[in-house]
Design a protein around this ligand. Sequence first.
Ligand SMILES: *Cc1c(COP(=O)(O)O)cnc(C)c1O
Length: 387
Amino acid sequence: MNIKDIDKKYIAPTYNRFPVVAQSGKGSVITDDRGRQYIDMGSGIGVTAFGIADPVWLDAVTKQAATLQHASNLYYTEPCVKLAELLCKKTGMKKVFFSNSGAEANECAIKAARKYAQDKYGKKRHVIATLTGSFHGRTLTTLAATGQDKFHKLFTPLTDGFVSFNAGCIDELEKINKDGTLAAVMIECIQGEGGVVPLGKDFVKALYEYCVKNDVLLIADEVQTGNGRTGELYAYMNFGIKPDIVSTAKGLAGGLPMGATMLGEKCENVFSFGDHGSTFGGNPVCAAAAISIIERLDEKLLQSVKDKSTYAFLSLENGKGIEAVTGMGLMIGIKTVKPAGEVIEECMKRGVLCLAAKDKVRLLPALNIDDGLFKKAIETIKRVCAE
Ligand SMILES: *Cc1c(COP(=O)(O)O)cnc(C)c1O
């Protein structure tokens, strides 16, 4: 049997995979089981931040794996402590909790916000507001947080205490909080799964001011937008706000599973011993990998992300068969005249791997994608849209 048949027989059918067996790669090129090469414009959904088998990342990972691959959180380990220090120094956040995925990073953010609000104001202040069209994860609690009805029906009852409101509508938030029950608001500055939709800067500013005024915590879900993706270290930095909690994952460890929840001044001491935990959280190999990524996200690298982004937007906007280009940095959504699925399929046939987000073609290439490959991929996408 071939890989696809064995997958069909033994893997729970939750994924509608593209017909590609990803076997190996280097940088932004993926090779399939027949030796066919593709330009990778998705980087494993924004995960392989510096591409496949990046030498600096690989060196950090292999050295740490050969030294100590795991110790548990019963003991101190150097990589996780160093990574927490690095993240706090670069963001001004105060403390970090490490986990293994975006959903877990959001779960921790929600727990921290509820604990903060209830310690200070009592049990009734526990509501978390999120935005319509948002995506925050697949656990029962982060599904409840996800502001898309289609995710809600399948597995009820979900965790209580979540409400969604429309971006741009502070008045809806005021209504939600009319009895003072609001603990936190959680946002993606650019909605990823929701279709690469950036929030309005004025709305984000107004939301931030509302939160400060009412001592409601602002949580930035930076699982997809974080770690250099938008041309800033974290996307909130484009919006002139300071969230109380920042969650991240995807690109953080460049291809190994890791989530992080960063806690600001208000809630840095909200957790005590035993309040939260994770067996794998802060794993030394993942942490060493993440250090090798975060250390390199300096001004020069971030500027190169912005430059590549400018090139892509200029090239794609007004392209034939393209209705709109959205996003920021190397998080790009393309609204095409043809159905996005058709464009993606045709690009794949021509050796370019793209992602979808709702009705858009979505690009999340490695931050250091080679200029020549990037231009070639953009040209291919343009041509397919125009035909
Ligand atoms: C991918 C994603 C998540 C979920 O991350 P997992 O690692 O799949 O649990 C949560 N929030 C956002 C914004 C995401 O893009």
